[in-house]
Design a protein. Structure first.
Ligand code: ZN
Length: 163
């Protein structure tokens, strides 16, 4: 297992759409392990998308139990080909990102979501969640579609702050 380098803006890979995972091969499992190591290496990091380690695969990992403040958590979530099947409500919070090292931003997202995905064993899963965990999942899925939180703020002038 190894900690992989994180790519940061303006790396053009961060604007690309990641590709669906067709088969959960040994290579995919190794990538997931390395993503997890990389996430744990960065203190208080609660989520990572494969593109952040330069792999254009639709894989995200979220674990909000790693946050500095307590949140309702489903524990470690490895999501392959995640799709938001249902969402409702609105919630605004401050987001940071390893790929946008110098800034945090105030972003409005859906409050509640239901996500369909494959787990690491290729089993279909459906998760209902809300609050901080739901925000993190939406942030990471955005990466798979080529967006960072800066693309989601209403105004770069009033909603983005230097760390
Ligand atoms: Zn991010």
């Amino acid at each position: 297992m190894s900690v992989l380098p994180i790519i940061t803006i303006p790396n053009p890979l961060l604007k690309q759409k990641s590709l669906p995972v067709e088969n959960i091969t040994e290579e995919v499992k190794e990538l997931v392990e390395n993503m997890r190591e990389t996430m744990l290496f960065h203190k208080s990091c609660v989520g990572i998308a494969a593109v952040q380690v330069a792999a254009l695969s639709r894989i995200i990992i979220v674990d909000v139990s790693l946050a500095q403040t307590p949140h309702r958590s489903s524990g470690l979530l490895v999501m392959i080909n995640p799709v938001i099947a249902y969402s409702s409500g609105k919630s605004s919070s401050r987001e940071g990102c390893l790929s946008v090292p110098d800034f945090i931003g105030s972003v409005t997202r859906k409050k509640k979501i239901e996500v369909e995905y494959l787990d690491i064993n290729g089993q279909k899963q459906r998760l209902k969640t809300e609050g901080f965990e739901a925000v993190c999942i939406q942030h990471e899925i955005d990466h798979l579609d080529g967006y960072v939180f800066l693309d989601r703020v209403t105004s770069v002038k009033t909603d983005v702050f230097r760390r």
